[in-house]
Design a protein around this ligand. Structure first.
Ligand code: FAD
Length: 416
């Protein structure tokens, strides 16, 4: 077996969580390698559209944000992790801005909050309200927030001394005297890499799960979940792995939009869900599980519609969105639908819940360390921060807050 390289910190995965961990570990002075299954660009994070939550509005606070998370999770989230998530949100936004992410500013008549000028923050953000939230708290970069975040962090990492191990698919980890050995399948065969500490940031499994169920998914094909299995086989504890989340608004028609996640910000900016009679049947800004359940129940009652290819659906009345809001906050969604022959500002779109997110994952502490010493986990692969039901906009936040913590703590472990 080839032993190809050795690092202080080995990061698995190049989504928002892995990149945040890698950039932080480099900044902490560690020799870092990022190993990823295909290319550095391939991940779910880059597909994230809606935005990232942070309590920066005048009427908001980390405590109110934490209450919203606990309530949306039906009190199943880990309060210690939630406190870290919400109290470090503003500094995570500041950190992203330092790396070149430019959040959309408030400029139109939409449902924006007025952002207070927290220390270090630029302020004036356009803030939307997401499902389950009691305040306008969602910062956006148009409707390509994940793309902007991953590009900024990737460029920072690529400009550093950190190494890139593309086309390295992790298949096993095992402890050795000074840390961990990771085994990869590569184009050249099997190889091993050793590191003082490992950060697992390989995302969730909803692409593979949807394939197994014969359903649609919003996920990137690399979201297959084998790294969670690798960690469990090495002895790491997991939680809530059965709790998978459906995005309430999967695209249902036309066929080219099936599996597309219609940003939840459509509803924040005024779109509502309608049944076949044209009646609103639920609070369109309820928590995700409640909105998805309401859609399924409406269809079950015979009040849904059918797409031209026979799939169940209800309508999302996107014509209620003010065109000026759509242009600033939903340009990508508009382009996708218009390219497929439908103008969402002129007619409602067909929608139905679609498999989207793995709520549970590896058990972590406040430093993102798993139950295995020297093995850290951040992003969708980790459990606890959202309990059994995540709020929109908290996943990107979790990637940055716990990615930074994981990178720093892993670098510290390497020095110890
Ligand atoms: C369409 C869509 C829209 C979304 N919108 C939002 C939003 O608006 N706001 C929000 O907060 N969240 C949103 N989410 C959720 C959020 O984007 C993801 O949960 C989050 O980005 C996951 O980041 P991650 O870094 O943990 O994993 P990912 O971004 O999925 O990255 C995982 C990485 O691990 C690599 N990998 C996988 N297996 C292996 C292996 N065996 N070996 C090596 N590498 C491996 C992958 O190739 C990839 O690079 C959205 C998700 C999707 C799919």
């Amino acid at each position: 077996m080839r032993r190809s390289s050795s690092f202080d910190v080995l990061v698995i995965g190049s989504g928002a969580a892995g990149l945040a961990a890698a950039v932080s570990a480099v900044r902490a002075g560690a020799r870092v390698g990022v190993a990823t299954k295909t290319t550095l660009q391939a991940c779910n994070s880059a597909k994230a559209q809606g935005g990232i939550q942070a309590a920066v509005g005048e009427d908001d606070s980390p405590e109110i944000h934490a209450e919203d998370v606990m309530r949306s999770s039906h009190e199943t989230a880990d309060p210690r992790l939630v406190e870290v998530l919400t109290s470090e949100a503003a500094s995570a936004i500041h950190w992203l801005e330092e790396h070149g992410v430019e959040f959309t500013r408030s400029s139109s008549s939409g449902p924006q909050g007025s952002a207070k000028h927290a220390p270090g923050l630029n302020g004036g953000y356009r803030l939307a309200r997401c499902g389950g939230a009691t305040r306008n708290r969602l910062l956006q970069v148009g409707d390509r927030t994940g793309h902007a975040i991953t590009r900024a962090l990737r460029e920072t990492y690529e400009a550093s001394e950190g190494a890139e191990l593309a086309h390295h698919a992790l298949v096993a980890i095992r402890p050795e005297s000074n840390g961990w050995v990771a085994t990869f399948e590569t184009k050249e065969g099997t190889s091993e890499v050793d590191a003082a500490a490992v950060v697992l940031a390989a995302g969730g499994r909803c692409f593979a799960e949807a394939e197994a169920r014969g359903e649609l998914s919003t996920n990137h094909p690399n979201a297959t979940g084998e790294v969670t299995r690798v960690a469990s086989e090495a002895g790491a504890e997991t939680r809530d792995l059965d709790a998978l989340q459906y995005h309430p608004n999967g695209g249902a028609w036309p066929a080219t939009m099936q599996g597309y996640s219609i940003p939840e910000t459509t509803r924040a900016y005024g779109a509502v869900l309608l049944n076949a009679d044209g009646d609103e049947f639920t609070d369109s800004l309820g928590p995700r599980d409640a909105v998805s359940a309401a859609i399924l129940a409406e269809v079950e009652k015979g009040k849904g519609l059918e797409t031209p290819d026979g799939r169940p659906a209800v309508l999302l009345d996107t014509t209620r969105i003010a065109p000026e809001d759509a242009e600033v906050s939903l340009p990508y969604m508009l382009r996708r639908y218009r390219g497929a022959g439908i103008d969402p500002l002129a007619e409602p779109v067909y929608t139905y819940p679609v498999l989207h997110y793995q709520n549970g994952g590896l058990v972590i502490d406040e430093d993102a360390e798993t139950t295995l010493e020297g093995v850290f986990a951040c992003g969708e692969i980790a459990g606890g921060t959202h309990g059994r039901n995540r709020m929109m906009g908290n996943s990107l936040l979790e990637c940055i807050v716990f990615g930074r913590r994981a990178g720093k703590a892993a670098a510290g472990r390497a020095r110890a």
